[in-house]
Ligand binder design. Sequence first.
Ligand code: NAP
Length: 303
Amino acid sequence: MRIALVGIGKIALDQHVPAISSSPDWELAATVSRHGRVEGVEGFTSVDEMVAARPDIAVVSLCLPPVPRFAAAQAALRAGRHVMLEKPPGATLAEVQALEALARAQGVTLFTTWHSREAKAVAAAKRWLQGRRIESGRIIWREDVRAWHPGQDWIFAAGGMGVFDPGINALSILTHILPEPVHVTGCEMDVPANRQAPIAARLQLSQGITADFDFRQQGKQTWDMEFQTDGGHLALWLGGNLLEIDGQPAGGEDTIMGEYPALYARMAALLREGASDVDLSPMVLVADAFTLACRNVVEPFVF
Ligand code: NAP
């Protein structure tokens, strides 16, 4: 199937292009980006221009930041194309609901991807937690924004979500593996004096769960979560890739590769089934955290 990639920036080049190239299902047939290009692939600068010129491309994958994502997704869906959205699937919940309704009306597939759910040990963690009651949980998601989002001012602008951009990955795993729905009960966020979005946030959630997100981590990066249950202790290390049960290794792999090939395989399966997959639950937690947050102004941040 021919696919177009929109927003040729860091994640498009690091993950989407290699995942598409290595898949038997897909052929990268066009890109849409104002500055970004992929060598040997026809490039356009707007979705409208691309869909008009290439009626043979049925699927569009959007790797833009969340704020410009809606207009691009709407243009692709209106042109009758199936659409895959990077996480977070939009800047607001209502935008994604509007896209879901549009996809349904057009009879096309919409897939709100959550790449961290494809990490190596997430499925096993979900299976183990079924039938167990969560007594407490702790999420620590701390990374260096300069390493993972170099120069990306959009991430600290309104709608960029700040530290919730990686934090939502943890919440996408959390909402996927817990046997019972979870909600936010409190939040404190640190916002640099020269920015709109938080550089760190601490959340309280139901079921005794806390989350600590921080973009100022130097050295070793931390993407961990652990849960005490009525039937033992589960830990997921390395962004959901390594599983430990009661302190003993219980599966997974020490790698952060493989998530994007799984997303593209899933998109191919959704197209074969004629189905959509739209899950807003991680983004509901982020929206509620912003609603409840106490806000501290902290020192200005420059890349
Ligand atoms: P990025 O490097 O800044 O790339 C996004 C591209 O989108 C830009 O290169 C730009 O290309 C295009 N764009 C269009 N309108 C834009 C606007 N108003 N502001 C900025 N860029 C605009 O960002 P990224 O790291 O690839 O992240 C994109 C999405 O992927 C985000 O939703 C992020 O959460 C997700 N993601 C990122 C990572 C990561 O590690 N960086 C990991 C997983 C998921 P043109 O200028 O050529 O149009």
